[in-house]
Write a protein that binds this ligand. Structure first.
Ligand SMILES: [Zn+2]
Length: 250
């Protein structure tokens, strides 16, 4: 027997759930939720959204809520958005599509520049006055997953560069897909955005999806002996734009 949810619970939640239809079903976007964040020692209040992909597209949210306790979501990762200022309607917003990096974002690993890029892009958004950071949870290791990334790191310790290591394990170098994130972005905002990225492929993915991109801001930093080779590979093999030699000179 299904337990019927308290109608008050449904009415509180349904105001904050948005249904976005996809080819395979739907994305359920919840938020905004007030999220005070410690950013470099200062408290900044963001508006947080989270989304979930589902095969079923229904506006009867009771059906979706009923499923949550049985689908073991903690075993999976969900993507989310940190928005700041008038991201939905403001004229000039900046945007970061950040790929999850367990080692860089959480542990502060210096093998890559992800942890720096995460915090720095949040700061850029706040300094700019409006914008959003999309935290893309299915992008670990450029889409190969954490366990495969661990094996790729072992290969890198044996002379492979990041691209060669992914390819040696049978993956394409970059298998990230931005489709869902773009659908969510479109649900939140219709005006052009300035993209924070060094990666022209991200810029192209957004443009291909029909979004108006008004500009690009680069984001380099935290360069050290530990990630210099990784950053050089991004520039020389993956086509990242090394603005005025801001990254590594070679
Ligand atoms: Zn990383």
């Amino acid at each position: 027997m299904k337990k019927t949810l308290n109608p008050k619970v449904i009415s509180v939640l349904e105001d904050k759930i948005q249904l976005i239809k996809t080819e395979k079903g739907a994305i359920y976007l919840v938020g905004p939720i007030r999220l005070p964040v410690n950013l470099y020692g200062e408290t900044v209040v963001f508006k947080w959204y989270c989304w979930l992909n589902c095969d079923e597209a229904t506006e009867d949210y009771q059906i979706i809520i009923d499923k949550l306790s049985s689908v073991n979501l903690a075993e999976l990762q969900q993507s989310s958005v940190l928005a700041y200022g008038d991201f939905e309607y403001g004229e000039d917003a900046i945007l970061r599509f950040h790929s999850i990096c367990h080692t860089g974002d959480i542990f502060g690993s210096k093998r890559c520049d992800c942890g720096f890029q995460l915090k720095q892009s949040m700061k850029m958004i706040v300094d700019h006055g409006m914008g959003a950071l999309f935290y893309l949870a299915n992008h670990e290791g450029r889409g190969i997953g954490l366990f495969s990334k661990a094996m790729a790191y072992i290969l890198q310790e044996n002379g492979y560069d990041t691209v060669e290591a992914n390819e040696a394990l049978g993956f394409v170098d970059d298998s990230r897909n931005y489709g869902d994130a773009i659908l969510v972005l479109k649900a939140l905002r219709s005006k052009p955005v300035t993209l924070i990225t060094n990666n022209p492929k991200k810029l192209q993915a957004l443009k291909n999806a029909g979004l108006e991109v008004s500009g690009r801001e680069s984001i380099w930093g935290d360069i050290s002996e530990y990630n210099e080779k990784y950053l050089k590979t991004k520039i020389n093999k993956s086509g990242h734009i090394n603005d005025e030699g801001t990254c590594c000179n070679d």
